[in-house]
Design a protein around this ligand. Structure first.
Ligand code: NAX
Ligand code: ADP
Length: 260
């Protein structure tokens, strides 16, 4: 295995897509979320929390959870269909995982964050700049191996999947690895294990989508989103539920960019 590059908070400060004086909601990036279902409506809310608090210009919620639930919690979310610069798929699809949902997203031709249940529906060819966000169990399923093998050699397995699918892979867990299809491997900024809680991954997928929609490449989008979540967990220690921790993203970014 070649060298593994560690991301630092200074990298986050250098790479983050800070809005410019002439930015508007469209130039900052519109992210579409086809996440959640009747079975897992919470995943829809968690993804919206991640995308909004990572600074998406606009979030369109296009999934199968009741729109009313999303709007009651996040009134700025738009539930009408329309143009997007990136899509987040798969979190909380559960038994509602359907090829039609994957195909509809692929037709948009924009970069995708492929999470959770959508990972089982990957096509032979993905659009450019896609980011797959498996945990160790999902990566094991993708590669036809066992979770313990992925956990024993996480970077190697993430790299194998990135090469096989021609997409960047963000492997979630205690250390978060980002591997490009060309074989570069980096780790995100680390954080406390309080983040290991159901729903953290759904928030993370939303944050990744906001960054892809802002025009950040898949590798940096994965590193930035995972690092931001860890930095928020460092800044606000303790067992904050993942949607509440997402509210801390704004504080972390506000401290990094006090003049913006
Ligand atoms: N609030 C929500 O709506 C949430 C929805 N989520 C969605 O839930 C679905 C399933 O996600 P998973 O990551 O769990 O799916 P996985 O299929 O990857 O994980 C399930 C695995 O965990 C094992 N398992 C289940 N309960 C266990 C227990 N109590 N102790 C030990 N092992 C146990 C099962 O045997 C199975 O192997 C996805 O659609 C995901 O996006 C999760 O992201 C959590 C939050
Ligand atoms: N030991 C750990 N320390 C810190 N963060 C962790 C640890 N284990 C998992 N995480 C975080 O928890 C999340 C796990 O994602 P995932 O299993 O997909 O959760 P879910 O599907 O329940 O939302 C990731 O975002 C990762 O950052």
């Amino acid at each position: 295995m070649d060298e593994i590059t560690s991301t630092t908070p200074e990298d986050v400060e250098r790479w983050w897509p800070v809005p410019r004086v002439d930015s508007d909601k469209y130039s900052r990036g519109v992210v579409g979320l086809d996440t959640g279902s009747q079975q897992y409506p919470g995943a829809a809310l968690l993804g919206c929390a991640g995308a909004l608090h990572a600074g998406a210009g606009m979030v369109r919620y296009l999934g199968e959870a009741p729109a009313r639930l999303v709007l009651l919690r996040f009134p700025s979310v738009v539930t009408a269909d329309g143009r997007v610069q990136a899509m987040v798929l798969g979190s909380g699809w559960g038994e509602g995982a359907a090829q039609a949902r994957m195909d509809a997203a692929l037709e948009r031709g924009v970069p995708l964050v492929v999470d959770a249940d959508a990972l089982g529906l990957l096509p032979d060819e993905l659009p450019a700049d896609c980011l797959l966000t498996p945990h160790a169990g999902e990566l094991a399923r993708l590669l036809g191996t066992e979770r313990r093998r992925v956990e024993a050699e996480p970077a190697e397995h993430a790299r194998e999947a990135a090469e096989h699918y021609g997409a960047t892979v963000l492997l979630k867990g205690p250390t978060q690895y980002v591997c490009t299809p060309e074989g570069a491997v980096s780790t995100a900024v680390g954080g406390p294990s309080w983040t290991a809680q159901a729903g953290s991954g759904d928030v993370l997928a939303g944050a990744c989508g906001a960054l892809l929609a802002a025009g950040v490449g898949a590798e940096r989008a994965g590193l930035l989103a995972a690092s931001l979540q860890a930095m928020a967990a460092v800044a606000f220690p303790g067992p904050h539920p993942p949607d509440r921790l997402a509210e801390g993203f704004a504080d972390v970014l506000g401290r990094l960019f006090p003049q913006s």
